[in-house]
Design a protein around this ligand. Structure first.
Ligand code: PDD
Length: 285
């Protein structure tokens, strides 16, 4: 079955899914996106993802291309037409098509909207969670507004590739003060020797992950201690556990940082429990 994409109002086979070369998303990364998990053919945390999309659009002054309800229809059509049981839906909104000029088009253009969907392999994802992943650290060389989910991801691409080149799965960005900000496409967490869960405060230096928000709810509901603060690479190396969160991985244990084993070098019980518990706190629609 050929995959179906959504491109500016049409559902088309992947091979016909094309955007204009003067789309500002293509030329300037002038656009934003969301990735939403699909489980049992339903959307996980749709409301929060759409709210974050609206915030990202507002921050870079692109208008909402259609109503929230209409976006919901597109996402569901993508799930149905691609027969996704377990997987992800990707949604991108760009400023639109205009002759190349850095400033916004003087006559406003229609934002471009595209969506894709694909199945993920549940067994494979469970297996990597059961083993845990290795990560590396890299200097955070991104711009100052990574709280906006823009498609300008070149530093993230290079960081992830550096991780792959070193046999790891993810890279954690480290800021000028030696503090971890987040992963190339994940939020970063540790469990301290005394059992507190720590993740960086959601300011402009990280993306406020939807999974991060739901995991915070789960932690609070279970009466665990949580600290939203920055932590250093040294503190992470000495942590009892480490893990990453994102819509496509949920909670994924980290067992090595820069070749150094975390805890006993195996996925930790806190991370694994949060991974299991996650769907009790997520919204399914
Ligand atoms: N990445 N930080 C960054 C830089 C991210 O790109 C992501 C998501 C996250 C986690 O956010 P959430 O929990 O809302 O998925 C944190 C998506 C999955 C991606 O780019 O594929």
């Amino acid at each position: 079955m050929s995959r179906i994409a959504y491109v500016n109002g049409r559902y088309v086979p992947m091979r016909d899914a094309k955007v204009h070369i003067e789309d500002r998303g293509f030329q300037f990364a002038d656009g934003v996106y969301e990735v939403c998990e699909v489980r049992g053919g339903r959307l996980i945390d749709e409301r929060r993802h759409i709210e974050r999309l609206q915030r990202s659009l507002k921050e870079i002054r692109i208008r909402m291309p259609m109503s929230v309800a209409a976006l919901g229809v597109v996402l569901r059509e993508m799930i149905a037409r691609n027969r996704i049981g377990y997987g992800i839906v990707y949604l991108q909104v760009n400023r639109g098509v205009a002759r190349r000029d850095h400033a916004f088009p003087s006559v406003p253009v229609t934002p471009s909207v595209i969506a894709t969907a694909r199945s993920l392999n549940l067994a494979r994802n469970e297996a990597s969670a059961g083993k845990g992943i290795a990560i590396i650290s890299v200097p955070d060389n991104r711009w100052g507004r990574v709280d906006i989910k823009t498609v300008g991801l070149l530093p993230n691409v290079l960081a992830r590739q550096a991780a792959i080149d070193q046999g790891a799965r993810e890279a954690w960005f480290v800021d000028e003060d030696g503090l971890i900000t987040e992963g190339a496409s994940t939020n970063a967490w540790i469990v301290t020797p005394s059992g507190a869960l720590v993740t960086r405060q959601a300011d402009q230096a990280i993306l406020r992950g939807i999974t991060r928000t739901v995991v915070l709810d789960a932690i609070k509901a279970q009466g665990l201690t949580v600290e939203e603060r920055a932590f250093s690479l040294d503190e992470a190396r000495g942590a009892r556990e480490a893990f990453v969160t994102s819509a496509s991985q949920i909670v994924l244990p980290v067992v090595r940082i820069d070749g150094h084993a975390i805890g006993d070098g195996k996925p930790g019980p806190v991370a694994m429990a949060l991974r299991r518990e996650f769907y009790r706190y997520a919204e399914v629609s």
